[in-house]
Write a protein of this length. Structure first.
Lengths: 250, 290
């Protein structure tokens, strides 16, 4: 037991396995309706079927492409706008409250508007991914540039560094870790919004598969596609967390 | 010199405030102007025909919503789903958070799974909730609970982990049992992070419930929004969105004020209380998702 205390991840895995076994037995015994919760073994076996039927990997790349496009757009607009707010203090102060409010607002509910404008298309997905992605990038870019050490700026000035070099060689490298935090949050929100909209409008990649599996009453397939979305979120979360740690070594 | 500095600095603040106010005013006016131009172009059939209604039409639609009985029925449904979902999800989350906070083993075992699900769009679990609870208000309440659970569990755990160890040692020297430790030491020390989590949870629950209503429902503000979209009634659609935004903002402001009040009345009890509040948007680093 004391050894297990030192290995919480093993305890977690054992717990997960035990829950899966209990669920398997409960479904077999008829305590849990198979139509509501499938056997874990059936869910695992449903993965190849979903892949063959719905092209899980192909749709993963559709969602990935939408997320990448929305994030790229958010970066192209968010970083320069964040820099503008940093350079123009009054605008920064004037808009920071608005940006925070917009970030907290339920922007996902705007999707009917984009459906009306762009139709049921990839443009709607990208637009809906762009909004929650751009706001944290703008906020964190400004915060990162505001947080650049005065000592570094003074060193730059003492070397008579030009305004352009000051930005590219001192300010931007110092602000990169903070900006990246904004990018990480932005990418996660972009992904979440895109999958949510895919699910709501039955269009696009992984979200559409979940919706379609549910409409077919393919319960193991529904669970398998949901688990696939969880894996993709974990992959993004873990991957960006690693990059952030690498950028912020201390 | 210092005196001069003070006298020079004083007028700078109102000047800054004044220019900030001017920027906000001109930006708002600019947005209204741009909106009206697009709306006019739409009216004459040049751009996005009828997609962008005139502001006056939206104001009228808001008024019509506010005087219609159906609106209050839907508001009541959404409110009930939100309140039940939020309370159930938060209570479970607080207990799980305390459990995780007091036991490093439980924390280490559960954290990877909670992080994994916490960063996933919760709407994706809607099919499971529909299978379990049907497409009535019960599934929306369950969705609300799921949405509320994660921010609250992360901030509660973080609050527990960051409790000043001196307080815990004092409790132990008085031979407090586990229950006394929770009620006399942990809970008072965790009020601030828990309220931060509740504030976030409340905001995310609103979104979670409304999005669930948009998918399948026969009542609620999300359902109403979906119906207007299907009927291409654009002005009422904007009206509902604006009303939802206003209600969400009001709830957020209310929780923020409650938190500020608690902050004023509570002595700092965590070793890194500020950090707990600052990281609350992500709990243990996880992005809160709807």
């Amino acid at each position: 037991m004391s050894k297990l205390h030192k290995m919480p991840i093993v305890v977690g895995l054992i717990g997960l396995l035990a829950c899966a076994l209990i669920l398997e037995y409960s479904v077999d015994a008829g305590w849990v309706m198979q139509l509501v919760v499938p056997r874990p073994s059936d869910t695992i076996l449903a993965f190849p079927e979903v892949q063959a039927d719905m092209d899980l990997f192909g749709n993963f790349f559709v969602t990935l492409a939408m997320t990448a496009a929305a994030t790229l757009l958010a970066l192209i607009i968010g970083v320069p706008f964040g820099y503008f707010l940093y350079r123009n203090t009054r605008y920064g102060v004037a808009y920071e409250g608005w940006l925070a409010a917009a970030f907290a607002a339920p922007t996902v509910l705007l999707y009917p508007l984009f459906l009306v404008i762009f139709g049921r298309s990839h443009a709607t997905l990208i637009a809906m991914g762009f909004i929650p992605g751009a706001i944290p990038i703008i906020i964190q870019t400004r915060q990162g540039l505001l947080g650049v050490s005065k000592t570094l700026l003074n060193v730059g000035r003492s070397f008579n560094v030009s305004e352009r070099d000051m930005f590219w060689k001192i300010q931007l490298p110092s602000a990169v870790p903070t900006i990246f935090t904004g990018i990480r949050i932005g990418v996660m929100y972009t992904l979440v919004n895109i999958v949510a909209i895919e699910y709501l409008i039955d269009f696009g990649g992984l979200g559409r598969i979940v919706s379609e599996m549910y409409f077919r009453f393919d319960t193991p397939g529904t669970y398998a596609s949901i688990i696939a979305v969880v894996f993709v979120s974990v992959f993004f979360y873990w991957g960006f967390g690693r990059v952030e740690k690498w950028l912020r070594p201390v | 010199m210092a005196q001069a500095g003070v006298t020079e600095a004083k007028p700078a603040v109102p000047s800054m405030d004044g220019s900030v106010r001017r920027i906000r005013l001109f930006t708002a006016l600019g947005l209204v102007f741009a909106w009206e131009i697009i709306a006019t172009l739409g009216t004459v059939g040049v751009l996005y025909n009828d997609v962008v209604p005139h502001i006056w039409n939206i104001v009228v639609a808001i008024y019509e919503e506010l005087i219609s009985a159906g609106f209050y029925r839907d508001l009541g449904i959404t409110f009930a789903e939100h309140v039940v979902g939020f309370i159930v999800g938060s209570i479970i989350a607080i207990f799980v958070g305390i459990w995780m906070g007091t036991s490093p083993l439980v924390r280490g075992a559960l954290e990877p799974y909670l992080n994994a699900i916490g960063s996933t769009p919760k709407i994706i679990f809607l099919p499971i909730l529909f299978l379990m609870f049907g497409t009535g208000i019960e599934s929306k309440m369950a969705k609300g609970s799921l949405s509320a659970f994660f921010p609250v569990v992360f901030t509660t755990t973080l609050g527990m982990v960051l409790i000043n160890p001196v307080l815990i040692r004092v409790g132990k020297t008085f031979n407090l049992n586990k229950w006394q430790m929770i009620t006399k030491v942990y809970m008072p020390a965790m009020v601030n992070p828990v309220i931060t989590g509740l504030r976030l949870g409340m905001a995310i629950t609103v979104i979670g419930v409304l999005v669930a209503e948009l998918k399948f429902a026969d009542g609620g503000l999300g359902y109403r929004l979906g119906i207007y979209y299907e009927q291409f009634r654009i002005a009422p659609m904007y009206a509902i969105i604006l009303i939802i935004f206003a209600l969400a903002a009001a709830a957020n402001v209310g929780m923020t004020r409650l938190q500020d009040r608690v902050n004023r009345h509570m002595a700092p009890t965590t070793t890194k209380g500020k950090k707990a509040a600052a990281t609350a948007s992500g709990g243990l680093g996880v992005v809160g998702t709807n």
